[in-house]
Design a protein around this ligand. Structure first.
Ligand code: SF4
Length: 479
């Protein structure tokens, strides 16, 4: 265990995230009490906030506490230097522990900064590596180009959550329940969603709807009849004809049928995801995705046959037991299918995931991710004619890397950029979802969450709508 002792509570979360980035497997505790010596203490750091300075293990750093962002940066730099000296490690993103590194570079580019100025700022302020600075710049320029073509400021997007899946993946930390337990209540769930759709359409009257994204869970866990009902409700309440993008995260191949794809094709869906995560059968079996590799090929073939011309595939690096050769195999198989988007995730070990809860059972499995893994994905994406167009990070990611979305020209997922860069208000509907209310071009972002329990969501739908109404009035002045 690593203990960080503070003389007062301040910046605890930032300190925790940075220490954890250096010591991903170690327990990290922060507190104002003396270090608990008898609990396997690896070492203790002492941070004292004092007048005009802070001290870290006796080292003094001058601080202007009236500038909170600068205070945070200086504190993180001092901790980074100390931990880097102790471990001999550097982190690819430096002191950046937030999930949106490109918000910094995109913001600077939008304000007229040159690439050299962005690079110098990221290097000096956050100690970001040249490789990650180059990636941030490339992605930000792509985002800037795509965003400049749309009037996102006067619009909004809709996210609809379907919190059901065929089974629960080993690494899952999303709001997801086995569909088998909820089949008799799907009409009730759609009835609650309809209430939210009616409210959203009314509340956002006069604003243009930019994109719709149906995610989850796995939306294609719904049977054909409920899928048809859901998409008809979307058509009824929203102007789907003028949308710039309408995505359904079909997701798990074991939930997709030819008929469900036909249902989607009969509605104005423009983009779908068919997510293998890996093309290695041994890994699919281990992570609880109960389908065959051949199913991925079959379902993808159906989607192309039906005319879907914008298909994303997700894959994960760092899955238990996978070597770099397994990753190469997955990429070779994906290349055979030639999707339009490839989203590469670095495994993030979340608290509530079975992989974390039962971690001793997986101790013997290699969990490997590195820049070399990222590099072969980049090469494969290039081979498929794709460029990186968005990126984000998560807590506790394997090797402290990132998730990158690649796309062929014109097939980039706009919703992904809008939500990650916090450019537009997202009205989120469904159990476990969260609205993001964006004002002042992203300078202020507030959230309004729906409950994560399906039954509670249905029981308390009116209350959640009332809360949204109030927040729309207060935060956005829309009503
Ligand atoms: S498909 Fe996604 S949401 Fe569903 S169980 Fe797997 S990781 Fe969770």
């Amino acid at each position: 265990m690593i203990y960080v002792r503070l003389n007062e509570d301040n910046f605890e979360y930032d300190i925790y995230s940075l220490v954890k980035a250096f010591y991903p497997k170690e327990e990290v505790r922060i507190g104002t009490e003396a270090a608990p010596e008898d609990e396997g203490l690896l070492f203790c750091m002492n941070v004292n906030y004092e007048d005009h300075k802070l001290t870290l293990d006796g080292r003094e750093i001058e601080i202007d506490y009236s500038n909170r962002p600068d205070t945070k940066n200086r504190l993180k730099l001092a901790i980074y230097e100390s931990l880097s000296a102790r471990t001999g490690k550097t982190l690819p993103w430096g002191t950046l522990t937030g999930i949106r590194p490109t918000k910094i570079s995109l913001g600077m580019i939008e304000n007229g900064a040159s690439d050299e100025q962005v690079a110098a700022y990221m290097k000096e302020t956050y100690l970001t590596s040249q490789e990650k600075i180059d990636l941030s710049l490339q992605v930000s320029h792509m985002e800037h180009k795509l965003l400049s073509k749309i009037d996102y400021d006067n619009g909004y997007s809709v996210y609809i959550g379907i919190p059901f899946c065929p089974s629960t993946c080993l690494y899952c930390s999303f709001t997801s329940y086995p569909i088998g337990l909820w089949t008799k209540k799907l009409d009730d769930y759609l009835a609650a969603l309809e209430k939210e759709m009616a409210f959203t359409a009314e509340a956002c009257k006069g604003k243009s709807l930019t994109t719709i994204y149906i995610g989850g869970g796995t939306p294609t866990s719904l049977d054909e009849e409920h899928m048809e009902k859901l998409l008809s409700l979307v058509d009824k309440y929203f102007d789907t004809e003028s949308l710039l993008e309408y995505t359904i995260e079909a997701g798990r191949p074991d939930s997709i049928t030819y008929e469900k794809l036909q249902v989607m094709k009969n509605h104005p869906v423009t983009r779908i995801s068919i997510n293998p995560q890996t093309m290695n059968q041994k890994t699919l079996d281990l992570i609880g995705r109960f389908h065959k590799v051949e199913d991925i090929h079959k379902v993808f073939g159906w989607a192309r046959e039906l005319g879907f011309d914008n298909i994303n595939m997700d894959m994960i690096l760092g899955l238990p037991g996978e070597t770099i050769d397994d990753v190469k195999y997955t990429l070779d198989e994906i290349k055979k299918l030639a999707p339009d988007n490839l989203t590469v995730h670095s495994l993030a070990l979340k608290h509530s995931a079975r992989l974390n809860i039962d971690r001793e059972a997986y101790d013997d499995y290699l969990i490997d991710n590195s820049q070399s893994h990222m590099d072969i994905c980049l090469e494969a994406a290039k081979d498929m004619g794709m460029e990186p167009y968005y990126l984000y990070r998560q807590k506790n990611m394997a090797a402290n890397l990132e998730n990158i979305g690649y796309a062929t020209a014109g097939k980039e997922g706009l919703y992904n950029i809008l939500i990650m860069e916090e450019k537009q208000t997202i009205m989120a509907l469904g159990c476990g979802t969260a609205c993001k209310f964006v004002t002042d071009h992203g300078a202020t972002v507030t959230r309004c969450e729906n409950v994560k329990d399906v039954q509670l969501y249905m029981d308390r739908i009116d209350e959640m709508i009332d809360r949204k109404r109030e927040r729309l009035r207060e935060d956005l002045k829309w009503l």
